[in-house]
Write a protein that binds this ligand. Structure first.
Ligand SMILES: *Cc1c(COP(=O)(O)O)cnc(C)c1O
Length: 409
């Protein structure tokens, strides 16, 4: 793969008419090492955040041994990339054929569930041709918890209610060799307190069930850094989770797991888009609601941006943050909904033909691209500069100072 210094170097070299995805292997490696060494338990990578085989290989090379997969296609892809990895099928609603293939062909033993029907389905699908029931199932009961501290809710779709959790844990214990409790506090949890509240629910469910619990999985939700969303250090999350985990009524050798998607992948990608047209403070660019900027359009997520002038003489013109202006974006498709409100702070002189680097798109960015309306193609290159923000460089920013302004060197 082509190697470049940074986005301006790529724009200069390729003058791209199509979006270009920039990979930062060093940033993904640093995130993996951080979780592998600092989280006080096992870190699973939630593959849906960014299913790139290159990224998955980097995470493996840097200490991530377990992968949270949610579909049979993810199971096959991770298994093909990493023959030695431990795969955990953490979607609570699976088809019987997916369970069977995962168990018998790909060595998957860990499955999550939130109903007794799913327990029965898993048992039936993992029973062999001689009618012999699987003796090595590792089952995780997904609890419904609140998403009130997170930017994106995951509270309404999955998870057994607290009132029914005790009974489900008891039934699952009967067929499981190893029993866990899992939950998801919602994505981009802006305070560690989200996990405290969820662990309190898990404690209540476990006390109610009165069964031995071998594992607590605190799920994903670990934040990354975006304009207007500067989270506390991840060490604070880890310390609080560990303290509450230690006080749980569980087996003395019980394991602690987490399933970060966003936090392990956000810094891996940025994207170069081209400005095709300017209309006042609206820029028509070549990626949007059906591309890597899905979240910018659908949940008004703000990503950091950096201007790359086509006229390279302007490239080094230092523009004060105070001189930047607020822009919104239209994506390339013919759909009115292909609109991103921002605000995206860019120099007043930006014009058609220029490029913009959009940062922090490794999580739920590159993964979201579709071919709708004939758009969606993108070249992929490797760059060696730093991501526009990082939670892993040890430089903690003052959370009161947050804007999507990135200096132009
Ligand atoms: C999406 C998801 C994750 C990852 O969530 P992030 O907020 O990206 O960390 C982890 N576990 C499950 C079950 C998920 O559905």
């Amino acid at each position: 793969m082509l190697q470049h210094l940074d986005a301006p170097a790529v724009a200069r070299e390729l003058a791209p008419d199509e979006p270009v995805i920039l990979n930062r292997p060093h940033a993904a490696a640093r995130a993996a090492q951080f979780f592998a060494t600092k989280f006080p338990g096992k870190s699973l990578y939630a593959v849906k955040a960014n299913p790139s085989p290159d990224l998955i290989q980097i995470l493996w090379d840097n200490g991530i041994t377990h992968y949270d997969v949610a579909s049979i296609a993810e199971v096959r892809m991770v298994r093909a990339t990493l023959p030695q990895a431990t795969l955990c099928f953490m979607h609570p609603v699976k088809t019987a054929s997916a369970i069977r293939e995962a168990y018998f062909q790909h060595g998957v033993r860990t499955f999550s569930l939130d109903t007794i029907e799913e327990v029965e389905k898993i048992v039936a699908a993992t029973t062999d041709a001689n009618g012999e029931r699987a003796r090595d199932l590792r089952l995780c009961v997904r609890l419904r918890v609140s998403s009130e501290y997170s930017e994106l809710s995951l509270a309404s779709k999955f998870g057994v209610d607290l009132v029914d959790a005790g009974k489900l844990l008891q039934s699952t214990r009967q067929v499981a060799d190893w029993l866990g409790v899992c939950f998801h506090v919602g994505s981009q949890a802006m305070t560690p307190f989200a996990y405290v509240q969820a662990l309190e629910r898990a404690r209540a469910a476990i006390a109610d069930a009165g069964v031995v619990i071998d594992m607590i999985d605190v799920g994903g939700g670990f934040p990354s850094s975006y304009p207007g969303m500067e989270p506390p250090p991840l060490e604070d999350y880890f310390a609080i989770i560990h303290r509450h985990f230690e006080a749980m009524p569980i087996a003395y050798n019980a394991e602690l797991w987490c399933e970060p998607g966003r936090a392990l992948s956000a810094e891996y990608n940025s994207l170069i888009v081209k400005v095709e047209k300017r209309r006042g403070d609206e820029l028509f660019i070549n990626d949007g609601a059906y591309g890597a900027l899905y979240d910018a359009a659908h949940v008004a997520w703000r990503f950091p941006v950096r201007h790359i002038a086509r006229d390279m003489d302007n490239d080094n013109a230092a523009i004060d943050a105070a001189d930047l202006e607020a822009f919104s974006f239209y994506g390339p498709t013919c759909d009115d909904a292909d609109f991103m409100e921002g605000p995206f702070m860019l120099p007043p002189g930006i014009k058609a033909g220029d490029w913009i680097e959009v940062g922090m798109l490794g999580a739920y960015g590159a993964a979201m691209k579709t071919a709708f309306n004939g758009f969606g193609g993108a070249e992929v290159v490797v760059v060696s500069d730093e991501p526009m923000a990082s939670l892993y460089t040890g430089e903690r920013k003052d959370p009161r100072v947050s804007d999507n302004v990135v200096s132009l060197r």
